[in-house]
Write a new protein. Structure first.
Length: 330
């Protein structure tokens, strides 16, 4: 293990792990066209998981809050976006790219607005009384998750809901023997754009500096005249909005969703946050890409092992790096 760590450090660190996994998969799969298709699918899946997990990592890293109700926002975003797309079905099937884009924009915007409003309510009513108490955070957010799932069930019912896609995201790009779905390309680019925006906001802006300073020494920042409580509400709202955005994108990826979506994704989201390093946005991105790639490769090579691949990956990484791939620096 020590030699492996030293080699990776010299070559670029853990950031090269996805490249190493892809190289090994290329040899095992043996068919370049299948490998490219699986790799693109894994990257797209990883970026959608990153959207869901980044909010949880952000809230934990900056606010030290264990929010087990995070997956409720994933389900909420999926159903809100699916409902808007269903209402705008005429726009989705139109030959006009403008109408297609507007329908998708309105669906994603609706999911984000619901996430922002839900995040404000969640932080103000549920989380604020239990700051600095992890046990109570776990209990109360688990209870909130159960209530949220029942509300989703009451509003949308228990029947799986079909999710239409805009016409311009349907189909695939054919490059020789390689077929790449357009939706997966869009999902990858959206996830990448969100990561860049998060990174720049937290590391290159005054707001990001104030948030990080408030985590380290809240009293000092408040003494300078800044309202840290408002900044923390904003962080929680942003984390919830990212979860609803990820849920909306995942709904279009699956095209058929049920109220259990959030509970199903909760395990994957927590695995990503753990193996990436608690509280690290960079680690969350790396962990999400690893989960996406490994899941697709293992599903192709050993279908019976597909469901266990995430757990095996987490065990292997934590045995090697107990703090995760890119833990946050406190």
């Amino acid at each position: 293990m020590k030699n492996l760590t030293q080699i990776l450090a010299r070559m670029g660190g853990v950031n090269l792990l996805p490249v190493a996994v892809a190289a090994v998969a290329f040899v095992l799969i043996g068919v370049p066209s299948s490998w490219v298709t699986l790799t693109v699918a894994g990257l797209a899946m990883g970026m959608m998981i990153f959207l869901m997990a980044s909010g949880l990592s952000l809230v934990f890293g900056l606010m030290d809050v264990l929010n087990f109700g995070h997956s409720a926002f994933v389900s909420l975003g999926a159903f809100v976006a699916a409902s808007v797309l269903t209402w705008l079905a005429g726009w989705l099937g139109a030959d006009s790219i403008f109408l297609n884009v507007m329908a998708l924009f309105l669906a994603l915007t609706a999911a984000l607005i619901v996430g922002l409003a839900g995040g404000w309510f969640f932080e103000t009513v549920i989380i604020r009384p239990v700051y600095k108490d992890h046990l109570r955070q776990i209990l109360i957010t688990m209870g909130a998750l159960i209530v949220a799932e029942q509300l989703i069930l009451a509003v949308w019912g228990g029947t799986p809901m079909a999710v239409p896609r805009p016409q311009f995201l349907e189909g695939a790009i054919i490059l020789g023997d390689v077929s790449i779905e357009i939706y997966r390309i869009f999902a990858f680019l959206l996830g990448l754009a969100v990561y860049v925006a998060l990174y720049l906001t937290l590391n290159r802006t005054r707001i990001g500096l104030l948030i990080r300073a408030g985590v380290e020494n809240r009293e000092m920042v408040e003494a300078l005249g800044f309202r840290i409580d408002r900044l923390f509400i904003g962080v929680f709202m942003l984390g919830s909005a990212l979860a609803t955005l990820g849920g909306a994108m995942w709904a279009g990826y699956e095209t058929l969703i049920s109220p259990s979506l959030g509970a199903e994704m909760m395990i994957v989201v927590f695995i990503v946050v753990i193996i990436g390093g608690l509280g690290s946005i960079e680690g969350t991105l790396l962990g999400a890409i690893m989960v996406g790639l490994v899941g697709n490769y293992v599903g192709f090579l050993m279908p019976k092992m597909a469901l266990a691949s995430n757990m095996i990956l987490m065990m292997a990484i934590l045995m090697w790096r107990p703090s995760g791939l890119r833990p946050a620096v406190k």
